[in-house]
Design a protein around this ligand. Sequence first.
Ligand code: NAD
Length: 349
Amino acid sequence: MILVTGGAGFIGANFVLDWLAQSDEPIINLDKLTYAGNLQNLASLEGDPRHIFIQGDIKDREKVAALLSQYQPRAIIHLAAESHVDRSIHGPEDFIQTNIVGTFRLLEAARQYWQNLEERTRQAFRFLHVSTDEVYGSLCKDAPAFTETHCYQPNSPYSASKASSDQLVRAYHHTYGLPTLITNCSNNYGPFQFPEKLIPLMIVNALAGRPLPIYGDGQQIRDWLYVKDHCSALRCVLEHGKPGETYNIGGWNEKPNIEIVQTICELLNALRPADYHKLITYVADRPGHDRRYAIDARKIERELGWKPVETFETGIRKTIQWYLEHQTWVASVQSGEYQKWIETHYQGH
Ligand code: NAD
């Protein structure tokens, strides 16, 4: 049994679905169901006894402690977070509460639970904290990619809150010996991503004939990883990672934002012909916008033998295809429909 937090969000839902496609080990999925959590992502698991969904906040100490004591998981995979940089600029409070206070409470509950386990299960226990490359700050054009020893220089309330949570996790290992693992991953894309993030926003807007807003000059560079490859990396770190260590995860796919949008326009044009390029609209840059992130993933590749399966070219094609085939999902996450769906399907949780 493992406990996943944030398992109804984008990466969390992909992780839960992938896990249960490969293993019969059950998952307790603790998720608050904020605007970003969507149980429709997990509709294929309805009635599956291996998936136990609990609606709740990671800040709720009693609830987390009760879950740990009832289900006795061998690991916690911590994905729950407020995750959107733009939202953190307009309203940082939720980011501080969930990402910092929430991670602290979860760590406290995990520490107390872990300290009371009997020796063998105590040694095997893991707390896997899922984080981002944004904690490292911005890189100059020709600077080497972030390694695990790069100093932390977060520039947005989102990345500062994730950086704080990473440091707390690190401290719980060094101070209490909690067997923690930290992963810092680059930008993910793929099925079930809420259409506020770059790739799904561009696909959804293009299909609706709406403008494709590009911040500043569009030359901000990000590394991109297909979400299923992130999930396989998390499974690999969970099983083979060394407690107390950090692993960078990336796809060796550095691309400027404008190139991503142009690629989406070209691929869509081949599937649903239209002049999508004319929808590209440059808008005022995001305050404090980092110029470049790049991940050096050699440690996880060398020490744990992990490698991504998808290239950007194969992953983006799959993603576009998925959004084309799931227009109802898109429409429902953009409306109040899915809230109604939750109320009818998950009463009482
Ligand atoms: P998301 O916003 O899609 O999902 C977050 C999930 O957490 C949602 O289901 C939400 O309901 C839940 N949640 C939020 N606050 C909660 C709380 N207080 N208690 C319980 N549940 C809560 O995010 P995502 O893109 O899937 O990211 C998941 C994790 O991976 C985050 O920690 C994020 O920082 C990290 N990460 C994301 C990316 C990326 O490109 N998306 C890259 C690297 C790391």
